[in-house]
Design a binder for this molecule. Structure first.
Ligand code: ZN
Ligand code: ZN
Length: 90
């Protein structure tokens, strides 16, 4: 089974290190809050990005709850896109 502490994923054609053992900072340009690359800070549900999430890592202040388990928490630009696309407006 793949561990969650450290692994590599491809994001935008680039291999990045991920997992909760990987120290990082929030990927928002004007934010340098210390985080890790665990799933708790991931935009979307899938490391590397998925249908709704970009696969970026953001601090708690810059992740927004989508309210859907399958979607997970999303960063600012992604939650904006997601809400716009949601025909039910839920
Ligand atoms: Zn995003
Ligand atoms: Zn941040």
């Amino acid at each position: 089974m793949m561990g969650n502490a450290y692994y590599k994923v491809t994001r935008d054609g680039e291999t990045i290190e991920a997992g909760y053992d990987v120290a990082a900072t929030c990927e928002r340009d004007d934010c340098d809050t210390a985080i890790d690359r665990g799933l708790a800070y991931l935009c979307g549900r899938t490391p590397g990005g998925d249908e709704c999430g970009c696969g970026g890592y953001y601090c708690e202040r810059h992740l927004y709850m989508s309210g859907e388990d399958e979607v997970g928490d999303l960063c600012g630009p992604c939650i904006t896109t997601y809400r716009r696309q949601d025909p039910l407006g839920s």
